[in-house]
Design a protein around this ligand. Structure first.
Ligand SMILES: Cc1cc2nc3c(=O)[nH]c(=O)nc-3n(C[C@H](O)[C@H](O)[C@H](O)COP(=O)(O)OP(=O)(O)OC[C@H]3O[C@@H](n4cnc5c(N)ncnc54)[C@H](O)[C@@H]3O)c2cc1C
Ligand code: FES
Length: 264
């Protein structure tokens, strides 16, 4: 996990909005400073409107990076995300980033990357797979959802899906799909899991990987305020090196954490 260095607070024009499902929209934001230093796993903190409410910024993973632009994939779950999903092209929002640490793809302790995601947790995976491809590291996307309408696979390569109701792909959860795909890897493979999704999924995944000694990095979520370690709004409990619980600020020490820190 690598901490980010250059942080910009910039007014970014929304140049494109693409609804990709009933309640999910991908927005392209013109912010060259952030695009230039962003790494997969980083997030941005967006003031979704110039009006006073909602007052606090909202955090979003960097979904993709283009020439001077970043994309965010936003699921409409409340007031802030609704305003962002409905924002018109040409309007602008304040964007702070890149924030947090990034996925550790350069650790050299693996030869196959398994990108495991659930629901809106698929948001950081497009940027991550592009980075892995540029490094020549083989990868596989495993994407889970409750049903086919929850699968957000747009733009991803080498992708297998699972649904809880069996409406598409593997019938079961994404951890069971991972188990199935691991069995098919050539013997001697050294896989590493990179994951993002709802906390119960990540807990189960962390336990699964710990039991099999598979290295695993998880991008966690918490409620956030400032995004830079000032407000103490993002405290989460993780295991420390001695296996004891400690409270950390997720915006500073995360959002990417080693899976061993998130087991029960
Ligand atoms: C590091 C990080 C990266 C994220 N990346 C993405 C992303 O790429 N795409 C995306 O759609 N969402 C992402 N989220 C979640 C997103 O920030 C929240 O959904 C958003 O802040 C909700 O704002 P709202 O005003 O619409 O909801 P509110 O009206 O404030 O709340 C509506 C509901 O959402 C819940 N909620 C509020 N904040 C969060 C939160 N931070 N995490 C989870 N639930 C929350 C509330 O408890 C409530 O149930 C990320 C969160 C973090 C911490
Ligand atoms: S969000 Fe303010 S300290 Fe982490």
């Amino acid at each position: 996990m690598i901490p980010s260095s250059k942080i910009a607070d910039t007014r970014a024009k929304i140049t494109e909005t693409r609804p990709i499902g009933a309640d999910v929209t991908v927005l392209t934001l013109e912010c060259p400073e952030i695009a230039a230093s962003a790494k997969p796993g980083n997030f941005v903190n967006i003031k979704v409107t110039d009006a006073s409410q909602p007052l606090l910024r909202r955090p979003f993973c960097i979904h993709n990076v283009g020439a001077g632009t970043i994309d965010v994939m936003v699921k409409n779950v409340g007031k802030g995300t609704s305003l962002l999903c409905d924002a018109a092209c040409g309007t602008s929002v304040m964007v702070l980033g890149p924030l947090g640490n990034s996925f550790g793809t350069e650790s050299g302790d693996f030869d196959t990357a398994l990108l495991v995601s659930g629901g809106i947790g698929t948001a950081p995976m497009l940027f991550l797979e592009k980075s892995l491809a540029a490094q020549g590291i083989p990868f596989m996307n495993l994407v889970g959802g409750r049903s086919r309408n929850d699968l957000l696979t747009r733009g991803l390569s080498n992708c297998s899906t699972s649904t809880d109701d069996g409406s598409e792909g593997f019938h079961g959860n994404v951890v069971e799909l991972l188990n199935n795909r691991l069995e098919a890897l050539p013997s001697g493979s050294r896989p590493k899991v990179f994951a993002c999704g709802p906390n119960p999924m990540l807990k189960a995944l962390a336990r699964f990987c710990a039991n099999r000694s598979i290295p695993c990095e998880l991008s966690l979520e918490s409620v956030m305020g400032c995004g830079v370690g000032i407000c103490y709004g993002c405290m989460v409990e993780l295991n420390n090196a001695d296996g004891e619980k400690e409270t950390v600020l997720l915006c500073k020490e995360g959002p990417v954490v080693d899976g061993s820190r998130f087991t029960a």
